[in-house]
Write a protein that binds this ligand. Structure first.
Ligand code: 5RP
Length: 292
């Protein structure tokens, strides 16, 4: 994969990027409406977010844990900082008196029945995001994928519309099945997404050099959860990600497919907002699970 130069000290991951006048990096020169929406999505005290991702139905249908969002997810809303969902679920199931910020899935196209998932289009007008009082919109970007250019254009169109409306765009690094998931790939993908205007990026954690991914991305990164792991492993991954510069998480299956989603969400909150160590957070999870 082409990269200008080699690994070294140049990422300076120990030196946080300055954001004078606003708590999120890369956001200090945005307009008020955009900042306000970001400040609702991210907690200003910790500078991080625990976003609950339940958008999976946009290509997977009623996946395990999301068969009844009214019963499984709505009760979790008080414990997350923001919800990542589709406009269909928002309108049909999320109570309109819910004060939580809603980040709406804005891309779609192929279902899991198709081999090539990168064949997406913009699937929501920014006007509708405004009508729904969205705190942000999210879109897949398939760097290295078959429809790479289209997915980038989808995102840049959405960014232009978002800038007009004051709605932040979360670019999601979507990795093809056979692609290598390492820091070099995620540095490339996250940086392209940020350079082309997304206000924050959702990406996967990698064990090696994740701090170079966050350091070289000029806007906040939220960690994607990925497939269901044992709870201690998922908490460890979230802990490592925030310690290595992520501005929180946008996790789905590792929360709603847990045997105790409420307890898991509380444990993730402790890791993200209080820097709780994974073993302590796991103990908290077990405690809440047995008492709840
Ligand atoms: C895939 C997505 C998903 O639709 C979803 O948000 C993933 O969440 P998780 O992997 O934590 O279950 O954005 O890139």
């Amino acid at each position: 994969m082409p990269e200008a130069d080699k690994e070294g000290q140049r990422y300076q991951a120990d030196k946080p990027q300055q954001a004078p006048g606003f708590f999120l990096k890369g956001a200090h020169q945005l307009d008020w409406g955009m900042k306000n929406r970001l400040a609702r999505t991210f907690n200003a005290q910790s500078g991080r977010t625990v976003m609950l991702a339940v958008d999976h139905g946009y290509f997977q249908g009623p996946t395990s844990g999301l068969e009844r969002i009214d019963l499984s997810i709505v009760p979790l809303l008080p414990q997350c900082d923001a919800l990542f969902c589709t406009r269909g679920i928002l309108r049909s199931l999320i109570p309109a008196d819910c004060a939580k910020p809603m980040v709406l899935r804005a891309s779609g196209g192929p279902s899991i029945l198709r081999e090539e998932l990168s064949d997406e289009q913009i699937a929501m007008d920014m006007d509708d995001a405004v009508r729904l009082n969205a705190a942000g919109v999210g879109i897949q970007v398939f760097i290295g994928g078959e429809h790479e250019t289209r997915s980038i254009h989808n995102m840049t169109k959405l960014v232009d519309a978002g800038l007009r409306a004051g709605i932040p765009v979360m670019g999601v690094t979507a990795v093809g099945k056979n692609m290598v998931r390492d820091a070099q790939y995620f540095r490339l993908a996250c940086r392209i997404i940020a350079e082309l205007g997304a206000q924050y990026v959702k990406t996967y954690y990698v064990d090696k050099d994740f701090e170079t991914v966050t350091a070289s991305c000029p806007v906040p990164i939220v960690m994607a959860g990925g497939k269901k792991l044992p709870e201690l492993d998922a908490l460890t991954m979230a802990y490592n990600a925030v310690q290595q510069g992520a501005a929180g998480v946008d996790m789905g299956r590792n929360i709603f497919q847990s045997e105790a989603p409420k307890a898991m969400l509380a444990a993730v909150n402790a890791v993200v907002h209080q820097n709780m160590k994974p073993k302590d957070a796991f103990a908290l999870f077990n405690d809440l699970k047995s008492n709840g």
